[in-house]
Design a protein around this ligand. Sequence first.
Ligand code: 5AD
Ligand code: SF4
Length: 438
Amino acid sequence: MKKYYIRTFGCQMNVNDSQKMAGILKSLGYEPATDWKEADLILVNTCSVREKPDQKVLSALGEFKKVKNDKPDAIIGVCGCLAQRAGYEILQKAPFIDMVFGTTNIHHLPQLLKEAEEGNKAVEIIEDIDRNETELDKYPTVRDNKYTAYVTIIRGCDKRCTYCIVPYTRGKERSRRIGEIIQEVQLLVEDGVKEIHLIGQNVTAYGKDLGDVKFWELLYAVSNVEGVERIRFTTGHPRDLDENTIKAMADIPQVCEYLHLPIQAGSDKILEAMDRGYTQKEYLQKIELLKKYIPDIALSTDIIVGFPGETYEDYMETIKVLKEVEYDQVFAFKYSPRPGTPAAEMKMTEKPETVSRWLSDLINLQKEITFKKNRVYENKTVEVLIEEEKEGKLVGRTRTNKLVHLDGGHNLLGELVKVRINKVNRFSLEGELIQELV
Ligand code: 5AD
Ligand code: SF4
């Protein structure tokens, strides 16, 4: 049997695409390799959201090239967002690559592979990234986790945040038909999945292009599938998060009390320059509404530090928001100009050292807030979905997305259990089982 190895960079959409590619490869008779060195096929699924992931891809390719020393027939392929944007450049920089394909060409993997096996360079990067990917949707995924699964509900993004490459690598918003989504959810549940994680670059825009269905209606439809125990979704845009959706989140028992709601910056001037479509006040009103309907909700966000024109005063507005909202988790990044985006034309105003200092101060502040939020769990009893067994411990998540380690038997995998938290670490919780079934 031939073996494949997939290295994935980037967001949940890329992870899901890799799971689909694994599904395609399984149908072609491939099995996963534990190590890239033993693989007959290496696929690198790339991200282009910042410059750092760009660089990581090239260094990974440099490493994977060595596979050909022992196995001259091994095939190396590059796909994903960087391939979409700069596939031909990558091919020039790394001529040993056998396959390059774009974000909407994944379903052609069987044909591309055949071409590469015949000794040709298999390249397919179509410019029409706005096409529907119904062929890809038909393939089952191969997942590491048996009990939680991603389901893509919408692809692409119609927002035009000035810093963001996504509209150029993933195209316009295309929602999947609700019937197809529900069918996929049903199949996953039959396969043992308990938690459905709806994903898209902008899930709260779901249905806008279809015209006859809203995101919150999809939430109800998914919750009506027998056997769905938990529902999560990422990523929502603050502008599209309406009261109906928040009400549905509160009303549907399976929707977890957790939301990732990127703010990006606290200053109105910077939000405007980013073209985010809301002010700090409007964003905070949404947070207030969320806390009103779902009092124990856990929140996380994304922040960009050092956007062109950001001053110390602007940055302090972001700090103010972090202190006020008290997020459970924050993903903070240094602004990285992306070729072809409007912000790449704007003048960088702060020194890189200053931006680095701002970023590390922000991360340190958030560490304390995260720890404080975690300490609330001490001696509390929470529902945990046991997802895996690792180094003799069971590992699962609370509805609020906190990682929990506990002792217990193999038979609890995939079960919802009650756990009393007896130790709080900075980034995880430890507890003991008090009741097997919730
Ligand atoms: N520079 C830095 N961070 C970025 N992000 C998106 N584009 C950029 C960029 N050009 C961040 C945003 C987004 C997350 C996925 O990546 O915070 O929410
Ligand atoms: Fe990276 Fe964005 Fe592509 Fe996801 S959609 S892989 S974050 S560039």
